[in-house]
Design a protein around this ligand. Structure first.
Ligand SMILES: NC(=O)c1ccc[n+]([C@@H]2O[C@H](COP(=O)([O-])OP(=O)(O)OC[C@H]3O[C@@H](n4cnc5c(N)ncnc54)[C@H](OP(=O)(O)O)[C@@H]3O)[C@@H](O)[C@H]2O)c1
Length: 231
């Protein structure tokens, strides 16, 4: 897809992979809306990105349906379209055995990682359908294809992201494409939490820029329903 002049909404973009992707999209001429829950860090990201192009920020929780609706509404009102939705926001709880994980933790992880993705899709799809075009990229994980011990809720949530992507691909009208993306092992706060150690030797989110350009530049109708690796 061409990025110049397109409107892109990235959830979970106040730091990590989402924020670095926002910088790539802006450099390539897209108009970008970033979102996250923490308003202060989100505003810091917006201010830092503003020198690179047309960027707006909408604070909110993807797991809250009204917040999800607001993210889509503010993106379309501000920029007049919605061409790329990147469902990137996710949480990862402390590693623990399935048998010891509370119902509250299960609910939190599934609410953000799965229901949050579905919420954004529910609000974005009518906009894209009216335009006759749009791309929905759902950020998955290696743990969306094979599960690991002590990561039950996160793995289950990413398997669900893969499944909802496949379901959605069979439902979208012509002109709309959805796929799942595994970003690989990337040095972010989430990885540090997963590994419980220093992760600075891994690929940084900024180093993904060429891979994002290759990937987004290749997207066409044949991508609908695919599960791809970013690297
Ligand atoms: N890093 C890796 O190695 C790796 C590997 C495979 C897949 N992934 C996936 O890549 C994506 C980005 O991960 P990351 O490593 O960049 O994570 P990160 O550094 O922890 O950043 C997560 C972002 O999501 C936001 N967020 C969290 N919960 C949210 C909610 N309920 N509503 C809106 N925003 C929310 C966070 O801000 P607030 O907390 O302020 O909301 C933050 O901006 C995730 O889907 C993750 O599962 C990462």
């Amino acid at each position: 897809m061409q990025l110049e002049g397109r409107t892109c909404l990235i959830t979970g973009a106040s730091k990590g992979i989402g924020r670095a992707l926002a910088a790539v999209l802006l450099e390539d001429g897209a108009r970008v809306v970033i979102s996250a829950r923490g308003a202060e860090r989100l505003e810091g990201a917006r201010a830092a990105l503003a020198s690179q192009g047309d960027v707006a920020a909408v604070a909110g929780d993807v797991g809250d349906d009204q917040d999800a609706a607001r993210m889509v509404a503010e993106a379309t009102e501000r920029f007049g379209s919605l061409d790329l939705l990147v469902n990137n926001a996710a949480i990862l709880p402390e590693p623990a055995p399935v048998a010891s994980i509370s119902a509250e933790t299960w609910n939190d992880v599934l609410r953000v990682n799965v229901t949050g993705t579905a919420n954004l899709i529910r609000h974005a799809l009518p906009v894209m359908a009216a335009q006759g075009s749009g791309v929905i990229a759902n950020i998955s994980s290696t743990w969306g294809r094979s599960a690991a011990a002590h990561q039950g809720p996160y793995c289950a949530s990413k398997f669900a992201v893969e499944a909802l992507t496949t379901s959605l691909a069979g439902e979208v009208p012509n002109g709309i494409v959805t796929f799942a993306v595994n970003p690989g092992i990337i040095a972010t706060d989430m990885l540090a939490r997963a590994f419980g150690s220093d992760v600075s030797m891994y690929t940084s989110p900024e180093e993904l820029a060429p891979a994002w350009r290759r990937l987004l530049g290749s997207v066409d109708a044949s991508w609908n329903g695919r599960s791809v690796d970013l690297g």
